[in-house]
Design a protein around this ligand. Sequence first.
Ligand code: PGA
Length: 252
Amino acid sequence: MRRKIVAGNWKMNGSKDLAKTLVGHVRSQVESLDNGVEVVIIPPAIYIGDAAAQAGDALALGVQNIGQWESGAYTGEISAEMAKDQGCRYVLVGHSERRQIFGETDDEVAAKVKRLVISDLNAIVCVGETLEQREAGEAESVVAGQVRKGLAAVAPNQWSHVVVAYEPVWAIGTGKTATAQDAQAMHASIRKVLAELGAPAEEISLLYGGSVKADNAAALFAGPDIDGGLVGGASLVAEEFVSICRAVPASA
Ligand code: PGA
């Protein structure tokens, strides 16, 4: 059975205080959920310790980015082993903001994924098309290319460390979401590409991201190939985020 996951990506938001109060509140609410969802909090790395102090066993932690190198003179970067050392189990890779603002390439995504799986961390690899690409009918081929290139270095025994998040770029932070049908269709297409890569495609969790909110989560998560969500803005509001975690169906 694939893992069902809801991950909250705080991006460059929050504070020490929020890491304490929000994480504590979310933990107290999700502890009693019986839908089997794994809840992951991904605050700015500097607050990982504050979040970890509140997370207990009910919440997993992640970071938003790592450097692709093992260690060394890379000012400003943090390594996979450092994230692991701080108790993180998940790392976002190739988020569209990293691709668009920081010029992260598919080759860098592949190098980071390789580094993460070596460290036994789970990579949440983000893929997604722009509005222009969707309107040009290229959405599936763009996403398939990102999946193929980003996961090129994964060895047959490392797939259990891979999660893919489909996030249409035009849906991130805009209040627009893909329709449940379009999201499901893209997830099914990603699963096909994973199978072509030799991955155990039926066992890999695929998350939807892009303006997931409490009032649209259940419809999106009902797709048979949608195993949860990657949540930005709504993960900064405790009750909203908990409602999204609750919206994961027990049998998905
Ligand atoms: P959003 O962000 O939920 O605010 O649209 C999603 C993401 O960027 O992961």
